[in-house]
Design a protein around this ligand. Structure first.
Ligand code: THU
Length: 172
């Protein structure tokens, strides 16, 4: 750990690591992860992505077993659209307050090749939004994403995907 108070003033390297579980075949994921990834794959069909033609599906599993699906929703005024992950996340916050989120699964495909899934890690803005929910609920959100080919990647938490996290002291 580098505190900034080192006496010698010498530069130090802070080596931050992101550790992921890598499954060469998504079919080998633990059951609950696999089931939720299928929900995310199905959610890609409900994306509204006429501009990027990139369909993203997200699925959140809540502690009471509820599954919330989201998909990206674009808009002609480009920044007004929203990613699949935050569509699902904010719906959850608005409609299932206080219900912890256990897992998030993400899948993506081109509108030109539906069913042919592409790598789908959450963007930086989604990681930041997800992190705040994870911190508020005080328990990790497991993240399951499609990798290239049949690969699937799993992160044990959102914090693991966002080293050096930004927080306002009052944001909890
Ligand atoms: N998109 C998501 O839905 N999630 C992400 O994490 C990254 C990007 C969407 C936004 C936009 O509709 C399309 O993918 C292309 O960027």
């Amino acid at each position: 750990m580098v505190t900034g108070n080192e006496k010698d003033g010498a530069m130090k390297l802070l080596d931050l690591k992101v550790c992921l579980e890598v499954y060469p075949d998504a079919a080998e994921l633990p059951g609950a992860d696999r089931t939720l990834l299928r929900e995310a794959e199905t959610a890609t069909q409900l994306a509204y992505a006429p501009y990027s033609h990139f369909r993203v599906g997200a699925a959140l599993q809540l502690a009471d077993g509820t599954v919330v699906r989201g998909s990206n929703q674009e808009n002609a005024a480009y920044p007004s659209g929203l990613c699949a992950e935050r569509t699902a996340l904010f719906w959850t916050g608005a409609n299932h307050p206080g219900q912890p989120i256990l897992r998030l699964a993400i899948a993506a495909c081109s509108a030109h090749q539906p069913g042919h899934f592409l790598a789908a890690a959450p963007c930086g803005a989604c990681r930041q939004a997800l992190l705040e929910y994870e911190n508020r609920q005080g328990q990790p959100i497991r993240v399951i994403v499609r990798g290239v080919g049949q690969h699937a990647l799993v992160s044990p938490s959102i914090a693991n995907l966002l080293p050096l996290q930004f927080n306002l002291p009052a944001s909890k």
